[in-house]
Design a protein around this ligand. Sequence first.
Ligand SMILES: *[C@@H]1O[C@H](CO)[C@@H](O)[C@H](O)[C@H]1NC(C)=O
Ligand SMILES: *[C@@H]1O[C@H](CO)[C@@H](O)[C@H](O)[C@H]1NC(C)=O
Ligand SMILES: *[C@@H]1O[C@H](CO)[C@@H](O)[C@H](O)[C@H]1NC(C)=O
Ligand SMILES: *[C@@H]1O[C@H](CO)[C@@H](O)[C@H](O)[C@H]1NC(C)=O
Ligand SMILES: *[C@@H]1O[C@H](CO)[C@@H](O)[C@H](O)[C@H]1NC(C)=O
Ligand SMILES: *[C@@H]1O[C@H](CO)[C@@H](O)[C@H](O)[C@H]1NC(C)=O
Ligand SMILES: *[C@@H]1O[C@H](CO)[C@@H](O)[C@H](O)[C@H]1NC(C)=O
Ligand SMILES: *[C@@H]1O[C@H](CO)[C@@H](O)[C@H](O)[C@H]1NC(C)=O
Ligand SMILES: *[C@@H]1O[C@H](CO)[C@@H](O)[C@H](O)[C@H]1NC(C)=O
Ligand SMILES: *[C@@H]1O[C@H](CO)[C@@H](O)[C@H](O)[C@H]1NC(C)=O
Ligand SMILES: *[C@@H]1O[C@H](CO)[C@@H](O)[C@H](O)[C@H]1NC(C)=O
Length: 643
Amino acid sequence: MKTAIIAVTTVTLLCSLAFIAINPAHRATKILAHSYAGVSKVGRKISSSPTGNYAPATVTCPPNTPLIRSINTGLSANETSYLSNRQPVVQSAWRTYLTQAAIPGFNIDNFLSNTTSTGKVGIAFSGGGFRAMLNGASVFNALDSRNQDAVNLGTGGVVQLATYMTGLSGGSFLVGSLAINNFPRVTDLTKTWDLSESVLAPSRANIFENAGYYGRIIRDVNDKEEAGFDTSITDLWARAIGQKLVASSNPTPNSAITYSDIRNTSSFVQGQMPFPIIIALGRSQGQLIIPANSTVYEFNPFEFGSWSPRIRAFTPIQYLGTNLTNGRPTLGNNRCVEGFDNFGFSVGTSSSIFNQGLLQLNQSSSSILGSIIERILTRIGQKDNDIASYPNTFYGYEPGVNPVANDVLLDLVDGGEDNENIPFVPILQKVRGVNTIIAVDSSADTLYNWPNGSSLVQTYQASLDPLSENTIPFPPVPSVETFINLKLNTRMTFFGCPNASNPNSYPNGTYPYPLVIYLPNYPYTMETNSSTFNFRYDDNAVNGFFENGFTQLQNISNIKVCLACGTIQRSSAAKGIPLPSACQACFDEFCWNGERDDRTPPIYNPRVQNPRGQTSGAEHKITISIAVGVLISVCAYFFVMVQ
Ligand SMILES: *[C@@H]1O[C@H](CO)[C@@H](O)[C@H](O)[C@H]1NC(C)=O
Ligand SMILES: *[C@@H]1O[C@H](CO)[C@@H](O)[C@H](O)[C@H]1NC(C)=O
Ligand SMILES: *[C@@H]1O[C@H](CO)[C@@H](O)[C@H](O)[C@H]1NC(C)=O
Ligand SMILES: *[C@@H]1O[C@H](CO)[C@@H](O)[C@H](O)[C@H]1NC(C)=O
Ligand SMILES: *[C@@H]1O[C@H](CO)[C@@H](O)[C@H](O)[C@H]1NC(C)=O
Ligand SMILES: *[C@@H]1O[C@H](CO)[C@@H](O)[C@H](O)[C@H]1NC(C)=O
Ligand SMILES: *[C@@H]1O[C@H](CO)[C@@H](O)[C@H](O)[C@H]1NC(C)=O
Ligand SMILES: *[C@@H]1O[C@H](CO)[C@@H](O)[C@H](O)[C@H]1NC(C)=O
Ligand SMILES: *[C@@H]1O[C@H](CO)[C@@H](O)[C@H](O)[C@H]1NC(C)=O
Ligand SMILES: *[C@@H]1O[C@H](CO)[C@@H](O)[C@H](O)[C@H]1NC(C)=O
Ligand SMILES: *[C@@H]1O[C@H](CO)[C@@H](O)[C@H](O)[C@H]1NC(C)=O
């Protein structure tokens, strides 16, 4: 009964939020916002958002206009200087890691002598909601030199030597919160996340507190709306997820924290963290399903933009939100917008799951909600309010090539909607020089929410598509059927290995694509396949994820040597250093060797190998279908009543 009251209250509040997002100017909006927000105004400090709150504002433009940089100039000067700052850190992390791995017969000094040809490692974390955040975190923890268990296992230190980390959707929760919270151990981040409280109803015991929570969210979104910016459902999600991911000890008001604020953390200043990148996808007006050739946009601490051959340009992320025409600010008086790259909004854009939920709901809607849903979706669709709305940085830029040159607004959606659920694209760019990618796959591809290699298949196919113009070189991977039949999705697998039967195919290390070390989500000690839309995990479930991720590596008897061999293969080849036989044994065991079995597999339902932890927090599951379903029906009622 109590649960029901809370649910109804929550849904009503959520509904108000949706209403407000859709009808920001309606007088009901303001009345609602004020009644829920209460009168207390937090003392606001000036920070990276010049208003000290969620609203962006105008500031004097930086001296260097135009504000668009073509990728013809390669990496940004700032990224280059970040990497050179990080280089000594990476170099010493390599030495510590390789010393610990102690590959028999391998000369570490020789390997590290020429730093310019030591390649770069990137770690990519897939989408999949909080499941993906937790599974990604468990792998991160098993590769972190600050975790003594990982050091003892011989795997700790890989996150210290990585040059890049990328995330999309649930993976962006992890990458974003690692970066904005000064690169802590993930086991310390779990206190910030507090997943025992749902992001949808953080104070489940107290409906008045929840009312205040939504009131503040409404007020924040209103701030942005009143400052003259388009808002959408993503802004509501942005404020909720922004509060979830940033430690409350951060002195800047949560609503004012920006993605560029990552630059101010001491770990970033000292080059201690892999360069953090999250991605979202562009969606053209009126188009609901994302094609495989959709444009990938990246948010990094310095810039926002796209490597896509159709865009090929970046803007300083700090001034994202400025109306530009062919790179020139149009506001006049040398005014630019600042504060638009809100941290929660950036991560919320990468994970705009409401859009997915609405799409699924429309497709699966039964007679009960039927036409009401249709009506709401049509309304939202017409206003394009189911996406994140950005002033189009690339307006008037390279018309004829650039597909969005005529769009005043740039519509962005969840980074996983093109089914390339692992954020490879930013670290496949040749200019970034990444030669080894550790890919953590927490996708829910199969009936039971396990990965089947589909993300790799999609990226491989995109790499072959002429539209990609050979900008995203990716190693060959087999079909999803082969992944399942050959159990390539059950444990660490390498793709793009040296070909044992054809060892001279890439002389002098001239591999056209990186080596991919694939780490799929698999039930070693717990069923880590909770729904993407499970918003609550109790401590047992969180600890169960950590144990499962660690066991995945621990279960491999020669993991210490074999993981190290995977990380050095490309650089050794480039330096002409032959790898010892211990590494060849690892490649024999972990490389996909070209074998295929494309027969239709039976239903994939792996059993927990070695049950130890608790079962996942399934009893707390709130599925998005139910949440959105109720939300929409109450909303429908709300719309009918108010208008
Ligand atoms: C971030 O750092 C810049 C320069 O390093 C400084 O001007 C700015 O005040 C800092 N912002 C915050 C919120 O600390
Ligand atoms: C980035 O680099 C440019 C010079 O290329 C410089 O003007 C600008 O201040 C830098 N921005 C940051 C945030 O370091
Ligand atoms: C180091 O490696 C780079 C790139 O492979 C190469 O151009 C350079 O000659 C090497 N330097 C030495 C001292 O071997
Ligand atoms: C995607 O591919 C389709 C068909 O090949 C094409 O019509 C469309 O313009 C492409 N989209 C973009 C953004 O290039
Ligand atoms: C940017 O342009 C849009 C569309 O012309 C306009 O509605 C908006 O007010 C402009 N924003 C600013 C900050 O000038
Ligand atoms: C919802 O689905 C129906 C049928 O599946 C389709 O005709 C309609 O265009 C969809 N509406 C929206 C807003 O996507
Ligand atoms: C594999 O995953 C894709 C994408 O999630 C899905 O469409 C497909 O049905 C799955 N196939 C198998 C055999 O599991
Ligand atoms: C590989 O490197 C060796 C020595 O640096 C050189 O003699 C040889 O021509 C190179 N091979 C190719 C195919 O580049
Ligand atoms: C890995 O798990 C399998 C299945 O439970 C087990 O048979 C094997 O002994 C484990 N290996 C190690 C090294 O723990
Ligand atoms: C290795 O090379 C052989 C001979 O060229 C080729 O048939 C096979 O497909 C290659 N294997 C892989 C995994 O590329
Ligand atoms: C998790 O996977 C197992 C089989 O592997 C399945 O029995 C169970 O229903 C799945 N749970 C969810 C939430 O999909």
